[in-house]
Design a protein around this ligand. Structure first.
Ligand code: DI6
Ligand code: FE
Length: 408
């Protein structure tokens, strides 16, 4: 007997194929021991619902999608950067502020002086925004500590957020900015990250992957290459902030390391597209940062599509370039700013987001055997998820088969 059976529902399974959204109208879905045990047309159920499951939940014709996967966030940090926002509106650029010692460095100072509890509390508040829009898996990066102690404090704080009924994947991003104490010796910092920080973080199991900011104001492709080799040697996956503000050929480098994803990609060139296609590296699109920085060059969506590169969409929630806690708004922006279809946007926040985290066998689609992570929406068509801005659409969030109250 199943644990729970949802009926009177339409399913957007997001299984790729001929049917838009992998849709099953008038469908039903069942969970047992936290996994999806049955999915299909209600008419094909092998008996009367009450005889099949301990609990039957009627959905009033709602739509059920996979729980959303926000595959790129910096949810844990100290302070905020509202002052920097004001400066940028007066004409200062993101790069100018960073070079003058503001930007990421100011968040590093605030994060170093915060306790782990303060970090967990402020991140939990931002996480609520994600959960209220159906997120069941979220990736969280370090990168505002830039020393072993603070990077571990951030990653441990991120791990504690799992208590909110959400799957957390953690990524060490120590190559995010050069810490002030290493201003005169970049090589020594890169060495420290590769030889000390990554090994210690991997040994604690505090991260699943390593990331870096490959940029003129971040780290060179050679520096990233060196740290990625260390990360791979310690069993971590890799992913990269690549081609966000300029073309550093980071995506091709990431692809060479078998990266799960290359993220941002506004300045990605044809060779980068080809390398990603070849390696199966997911393109993670972050329209929140594009919007907030008032960028004008869009990632090469047409070329990624034509090359068959999977495209994920994420919030990039961070204090400097994307203070965004709404995955649905990110989907909307991926359509309006990058011209994704609403179906691609939803796939980007489910199936392809899962792939960008290496979780494609467990989450991201509604298929028998996958974890029963569901988002149940009061909408008439799945395109509405990319259409509204700021609407309350979620009816119910299900994490590993358990209905989780959305208002805590
Ligand atoms: N790219 C971004 O957009 C964020 N990090 C990165 O590498 C910005 C982080 C920040 O400004 O705090
Ligand atoms: Fe980011």
């Amino acid at each position: 007997m199943w644990d729970t059976l949802w009926v009177d529902a339409n399913l957007a399974t997001m299984v790729s194929g001929a049917k838009p959204y992998g849709a099953i109208p008038r469908g039903a879905i069942a969970a047992k021991d936290g996994r999806i045990a049955w999915v299909g047309f209600a008419a094909d159920l092998p008996g009367r619902p009450e005889t099949l499951a301990r609990e039957v939940r009627a959905c009033d014709n709602a739509w059920i999608t996979p729980g959303l996967v926000d595959c790129h966030t910096h949810l844990v940090f100290g302070g905020d950067r509202a002052r920097e926002f004001e400066l940028r509106l007066q004409g200062a650029s993101y790069e100018e502020i960073a070079r003058a010692g503001g930007g990421i460095a100011s968040t590093v100072a605030a994060t170093r002086s915060a306790t782990k509890r303060e970090l967990t509390t402020s991140a939990a508040r931002r996480l609520v925004g994600l959960l209220h829009e159906g997120v069941t898996t979220v990736e969280i990066k370090s990168g505002y500590g830039l020393d072993l102690e603070t990077e571990l404090k951030m990653l441990r704080a991120a791990g504690e957020l799992a208590a909110s009924g959400v799957r957390i994947k953690r990524t060490v991003l120590s190559l995010h900015a050069l810490p002030p104490e290493f201003k005169e010796d970049r090589a020594a910092y890169v060495q420290l990250v590769a030889d000390v920080m990554i090994p210690a973080i991997a040994a604690e199991g505090a991260a699943d992957a390593a990331d870096a900011f490959c940029e003129t104001i971040g780290f060179t492709a050679d520096e990233v290459d060196y740290v990625f080799s260390a990360a791979r040697a310690h069993g971590l996956d890799v992913k990269l902030h690549a081609e966000q503000l300029s073309n550093q050929h980071g995506a091709a480098l990431a692809a060479r390391h078998g990266a799960l994803s290359a993220d941002h990609l506004e300045y990605l060139d044809d060779a980068g597209v080809a390398a990603m296609a070849e390696a199966g590296t997911v393109a993670v699109l972050l329209p929140g940062a594009f919007y907030f920085l008032r960028e004008t060059q869009s990632p090469p969506i047409e070329k990624l599509r034509a090359a068959g590169v999977a495209m994920a969409v994420a919030t990039d929630c961070n204090p400097g370039t994307s203070p965004l806690t709404s995955p649905l708004a990110a989907m909307n922006m991926s359509c309006t700013l990058f011209r994704l279809t609403p179906e691609e946007a939803l796939a980007g926040m489910t199936r392809e987001g899962a792939r960008a985290l290496g979780l494609q066998d467990d989450v991201g689609t509604l298929e028998v055997g996958k974890v029963a992570d569901l988002a149940i929406w009061d909408i008439n068509s799945p395109a509405e998820l990319s259409y509204w801005l700021g609407a309350l659409l979620l009816r119910e969030r299900v994490f590993a088969g358990q209905v989780v109250p959305t208002i805590e």
